[in-house]
Design a protein around this ligand. Structure first.
Ligand code: ZN
Length: 460
């Protein structure tokens, strides 16, 4: 017996599937949450109709690294360096987090993401201070209604206990066994590890072994600011690299380390906007492409920046073009052409994100057989009109205000510009109450005056 059918009618469709191509006008048939057909003028009688005339259909965005638990601290760290962020957020506020603060942040952050067309967020959750924090974080991810990867990190305190501090992953095993028995859940599980930037290579090897014994993928910050010296090489030397690992930032790698990622099949998450703001080093988009690694993109922290992928695409593309144009100018000639294109940015934000999350067989392109995670961008607003290049309109002109309708596995989570989540007032209230509580604990106020001291790293 056939289940629910939905027909998206009359959209410009950017499938990002090279075998399928793009359509000036086509329909998407969804059956039981999956894309069944993409073709012009489908004649379907018994389907719920979504009129997508003058809309651009793209795959849902995938954010491969966001500390969602911090969402209620939006813009608190707007003018902080990375070392001030370590002191202010991780050193001061994180220890005061209660389970309900993790819940409030995750719920707000996931819904904010859905509102902006991000159908999948890898929630990099290094706030697992107690089992109740983990339960609350998971509950919010499920409650928001989007797709998420719950990247379970260690308790916040572990990061300050010294580089050789040993992590205890027994609660992660409990979480896996309690919540992740089913293969078709919208929320999947991964591990968020310190890695060699923030722990000794022996402690890193212990973490890697524990997580692989649990059968989970790994996500790790690496090559960051002054911490990231030869960290990839250290992993490589110990034989720890593999296709199950996503390397975040990679801003301070040596040339041979890019090849190590490529050779071992790992994926990369670039948070170009945060990297440019806070002192990680430059986004290595071009170096990754040179090595044969197509990166994904991530928001990282809403404590500083906005939470949509449109900004990430624009900044990743602009910074890489800026580096290449500057190199040409310094070599004495004005650039003749641009290497990285708008379509690349859109792929980074979708299919490459899906690959980094291990979900590319389910999402990331509008391919029949994949789950229907779909964003419809309206083009009637003046910032999108007239459409002369749909890919560029999606990657470089659009903003969250153009996200009209969002589907996750065939279910509409945003319709006609409005989230369908039942109680956004509650989401705002929980976030505000949590924000008030957290700032009170550290004697800080809103308004931008709080400037923490720079962080002093622990030693062995
Ligand atoms: Zn991060």
């Amino acid at each position: 017996m056939r289940g629910k059918r939905t027909l998206i009618k009359g959209a410009t469709v950017i499938t990002l599937d090279p075998g399928l191509g793009d359509f000036d006008v086509a329909d998407l048939l969804i059956e039981d949450g999956r894309i069944a057909r993409v073709a012009p003028a489908l004649e379907i009688e018994d389907a719920e109709l979504i009129d997508a005339a003058s809309m651009i259909a793209i795959p849902g965005f995938v954010d491969t690294h966001r500390h969602t638990w911090q969402s209620q601290l939006r813009n608190i760290a707007a003018d902080w360096s990375l070392t001030q962020y370590f002191t202010g957020i991780l050193g001061s506020l994180a220890p005061t987090y209660r389970p309900e603060d993790v819940y409030a942040g995750n719920l707000l952050g996931l819904l904010e993401a859905l509102d902006a067309g991000i159908t999948t967020v890898l929630d990099w959750s290094h706030i697992m201070n107690t089992p109740e924090h983990a339960d609350a974080g998971y509950e919010a991810l499920v409650g928001a209604g989007g797709r998420a990867v719950f990247a379970y990190g260690s308790p916040n305190a572990l990061w300050g206990e010294g580089l050789d501090a040993k992590a205890d992953w027994s609660d992660l095993e409990r979480v896996r066994d309690t919540y992740f028995g089913s293969d078709d859940s919208l929320v999947t599980l991964a591990a968020a590890l310190r890695g060699p930037d923030f722990s000794t290579i022996d402690a890193t090897a212990d973490d890697w072994a524990s997580i692989r014994a649990l059968g989970l993928p790994i996500s790790v910050h690496i090559g960051i600011g002054g911490w990231g010296q030869r960290s990839i090489a250290a992993l490589h030397e110990r034989g720890l690299m593999g296709p199950d690992t996503t390397y975040i930032h990679c801003s301070r790698l040596d040339p041979d380390e890019y090849a190590m990622i490529a050779d071992t099949g790992g994926s990369v998450s670039i948070a170009a906007e945060v990297e440019m703001h806070m002192g990680h080093g430059f986004p290595p988009t071009g170096e990754m492409l040179d090595a044969g690694v197509r990166p994904s993109l991530s928001v990282d922290v809403c404590t500083g920046i906005g939470g949509d992928m449109f900004g990430q695409m624009r900044i990743a593309l602009a910074t890489q073009r800026g580096f290449e144009n500057d190199a040409a100018l310094k070599a004495g000639h004005t650039p003749d052409s641009l290497r990285v294109h708008a379509r690349d940015a859109l792929e980074f934000a979708t299919i490459q994100g899906a690959r980094a999350c291990g979900l590319d067989d389910r999402i990331g392109t509008l391919t029949p057989g994949k789950d229907a995670d779909i964003v419809l961008l309206g083009t009637k607003r003046l910032n999108m009109s007239p459409v002369n290049n749909p890919v560029a309109a999606a990657a470089l002109a659009a903003s969250a205000i153009n996200v009209e309708t969002v589907l996750v596995r065939g279910e509409v989570v945003k319709r006609d510009g409005n989230l369908v989540h039942r109680d956004l007032d509650r989401v705002r209230r929980l976030a505000t109450e949590s924000r008030d509580y957290l700032l009170e604990q550290v004697g800080a106020e809103t308004g931008g005056a709080w400037m923490p001291a720079a962080y002093v790293p622990p030693t062995v």
